[in-house]
Every structure is written in C-alpha cells, then in structure tokens.
Design a protein around this ligand. Structure first.
Ligand SMILES: [Zn+2]
Length: 450
C-alpha cells in the first residue's frame, strides 16, 4: 500500500487523475457466453445459478509465501521495483500460470530509471465484452521481503487462479488476473496498465477486485465500499461464516484499485489492516490485541513469513475465490425495460442534495434483485458527490460515497441494486449531494432498467 494522496492540493491531485470513462455494463450483466471450451463436469450449483467456489488450500497459499521469502533472502532481502527480487517473484508466478493453462503477458514499463513489469494472465473463455479482473501488487518496499505487503495478496490471487484451472472453470465472464509492479512507488504499474489499455478494452472491464495486505498478524476484516455488487458479495460471504466486517478506510485510494476507479471501472477488495491501531471494540469482535497495530511490521524488515495470520489469509483467499466464482459465473441478465430522465438538474456546490424523479407504472409486483441504475452525472471533482437511489417509499440505496481522494471528472456508470423488497411502480428518485466546495456539476440523465 502506498502513502495517501488526499493531502495534495486540488490542482495537483486533479492532474494525476485519469479522465473518467463510461463504464456501461453493470457488474452482474453479461451477454451469452461464447466460450469454445469442451464440456466439463459442472461444479456444485448454488441456488442463484452461479457455481460454488472450492476451498482454497491455505497450505498452497503459504507455499507461495515461502517462495517469495526465499526469493527475497536470495536477492538482498527485498522484492522491490527495479531489483532482481521483483523479477524473480514475477518469473515464479508466471511459471505457475503458464503450467496451468493461462495465457500470460509480461508488460514492461520504466520508472525512476528502472524497468518494471506487470504480469497479466487470461483464463480462456467467457464473454470477452465482460472482463472480470482480480489483482495484487507483487513488489515490496526496499526495506523488507513484503510478505504481508503484499506477498499475501499476490499468493491469494495466484492460488485462486490455479483453482480456476484445477476446476477447469467455464465462466460466463472472461477472467483476468494481474500482478502489478512498482505499487509502492505510487501505483505505477497498475496506472501504466490502465492508461495504456485502449478505451474499448477498458470499457470491457466490468469489475476489478484488489487484494493488498490480507494476512496481517493482528488482523481486521475490511471490505472496500466502492462497487455495491462486489461489496455485497464479500460482505455476504463473511456474514455466512459469522465474521463481521467493516468498511475499508485506511487504504482508501492507496492501492491499485484506485487506478481502475479513476477511469470509472467498478472496484472492490479486501484488507486486513496496516499501521492503524486495533480498537478494543475491534478486538472484541475479531480477536487479536487492541491498542496494537494491525501490522506492526508494515513496510519494515520484519514483514517476513512470520508476520502472517493464517486464519485471515485463509479466509481472504476463500472469499476471493467465492467472489470470482459468484461474479464470474453469473448468468447474463435478460435485456430489460428502461425508464429514463434526461432533464438536467444542477448540483449546488457543497450544499443540500438535489433529486431527479422517474415515474414507473404498468409493472406488476416488486422491482428486481438486480435493478440496474445507469447514471450520467457531469462534475469536475466526483469525489465530492454522494449518490443515492430513493425507492417510491423513500428507502434509500447508497450507490456512491464521497471520497476526498477521487479527483476525476464525472460519474458515468451503471450500478446494480437489490431492490426486490420495493414495489416496482411509483416515483423513483436519484438523489445527489455535493459535500465539498470548489467544484460543481449537474445530473445529465439517469435511467432504471428492470
Ligand atoms: Zn501494499
């Protein structure tokens, strides 16, 4: 994880942000699969048509960490950008994926005078217009082996990819896994990848899941609160094993998901805490030691294989697999009927919320569990905006939170909301509030697709 950006003045922060892109497809939407793969035994089918993920063996994940540790030990104690330890880590991960049937690509870039590398691995099959990605940074800081930061995320993503191969999974979406270079120097590798992705390919990425530090020795269970669909998959999974979660704030915008979020791609992820201190309330629900950092070895030489909590690493690996299987095998949503409001509504700067209404009639029963909410909001600093969907009875569904670090323009995307407890007919409203000064905008249009 890299130091925070919200301390930068708006003029500088704005320059570093990528231009917003239209992310048209909802995360749960996919057109019929075109996979040419031969028939394979179907994995266990859960109630909603998605396939159940296998357990990810902790011993396999830890075996990767042991490899990363030996690599660091043999290469000056680290796996940092521009060092031999980084390239050796990448070669290790690549060899595993090549042997497992992935199509791997090594993307090269130059930063602060050294060559860096991203590793991209595509699993054959799935809809090429619906790409679901999961990634982790593979580099460490120069002062240590970086086993929790971020060998843990790299190993969990690797073992999940290998599980996809073991299962010979036939996803409805196209699955792509990634290992980023030079994250510790400012998200350099992932930003290079996103900025060099042709815009048509960017629009095909329907979601990016990030794992950065998922085995902290005094762990917390934090879920990113960005895309509601990804967030819900992780929260539901953890609720299913009786582990409470909290919204992730310490790493907000400080890891590779920010590179994707800045171009309007829905993102999510998992985190177990870094230098922040665990509270007594957190220790009561998660165990561990209150008053101590989640990871006292953050960015230091003691971030070795002894700096890992097995239970947290095991749970987060299984949670990732669950998200890949659930989001990756979801059946395509039928083309729906849309209702749209294209009347512009000005959003006053740092003031009260405004709404735009849509009247739905002639439908029977309740709204769907995957109601799609397409929004096109023009604004020069979208981090200022809080966006909610209000159901006819006034129930609010949070679509987007404000974020001081998100300096990009416009919110043009589609959210998926479980509105199955709401009557379909009635007046729905999009509510938008600008909660910080200096930047303004307007609701250009929005639509509901049932
Ligand atoms: Zn990290």
């Amino acid at each position: 994880m890299t130091p925070s950006r919200s301390s930068l003045p708006r003029s500088i922060a704005r320059r570093t942000a990528a231009v917003a892109l239209v992310a048209v497809a909802g995360l749960l939407a996919a057109s019929p699969t075109s996979s040419a793969m031969p028939d394979r035994p179907a994995a266990a089918d859960v109630s909603d048509g998605t396939l159940a993920a296998p357990d990810i063996p902790l011993s396999n994940v830890k075996a990767h960490l042991t490899q990363f540790q030996s690599i660091a030990t043999a290469n000056g104690g680290n796996r940092a950008h521009g060092r031999t330890g980084y390239k050796a880590s990448l070669d290790y991960v690549k060899a595993k994926l090549d042997a497992a049937g992935f199509t791997t690509t090594v993307q090269q870039f130059t930063y602060s005078g050294s060559t860096g590398y991203n590793l991209i691995a595509d699993w054959p099959g799935g809809d090429p217009n619906q790409v679901l990605m999961a990634g982790a940074h593979l580099d460490s800081v120069s002062s240590g082996a970086g086993i929790n930061d971020n060998g843990s995320g790299s190993a969990a993503v690797l073992e999940t990819a290998l599980a996809v191969s073991r299962a010979q999974l036939q996803p409805t979406k196209h699955l792509r896994f990634a290992w980023w270079g030079a994250e510790e120097l400012g998200l350099v590798g992932s930003r290079y990848y996103v900025n060099n992705l042709p815009s048509t390919d960017r629009a095909r990425v329907s979601g990016y899941i990030n794992l950065d530090m998922v085995g902290s020795p005094n762990p917390g269970y934090f879920v990113y609160d960005d895309d509601p669909a990804i967030e819900k998959v992780f929260k539901d999974w953890y609720a299913g094993i009786g582990v409470p979660t909290e919204i992730e704030t310490e790493g907000d915008g400080r890891s590779d998901h920010a590179s994707f979020k800045n171009v309007g791609i829905p993102v999510g992820g998992l985190f177990t805490g870094a230098s922040r201190t665990k509270t007594s309330a957190q220790a009561a629900k998660w165990g561990g030691t209150s008053g101590h950092a989640f990871d006292r070895c953050y960015h230091s030489s003691c971030d070795t294989t002894t700096n890992i909590n097995d239970t947290a690493l095991d749970r987060n690996s299984d949670a990732l697999a669950h998200a890949i299987w659930t989001l990756g095998t979801a059946e395509p949503l039928p083309p729906g009927e849309s209702y749209e409001n294209t009347t512009d509504v000005a959003i006053p700067d740092n003031a009260a919320a405004v709404t735009s209404a849509l009247t739905v009639s002639g439908r029977t029963g309740n709204a769907p569990a995957a109601l799609r909410v397409g929004v096109d909001i023009k604004h020069t600093w979208r981090g200022d905006l809080v966006v909610d969907l209000l159901a006819p009875d006034g129930t609010a569904y949070r679509l987007k939170n404000s974020s001081s670090s998100d300096s990009a323009d416009n919110v043009i995307t589609t959210y998926t909301v479980d509105a199955s407890s709401e009557t379909a007919n009635g007046t729905w409203r999009l509510r938008v509030q600008d909660v910080a000064a200096q930047d303004t905008g307007y609701i250009d249009s929005w639509k509901l697709t049932f």
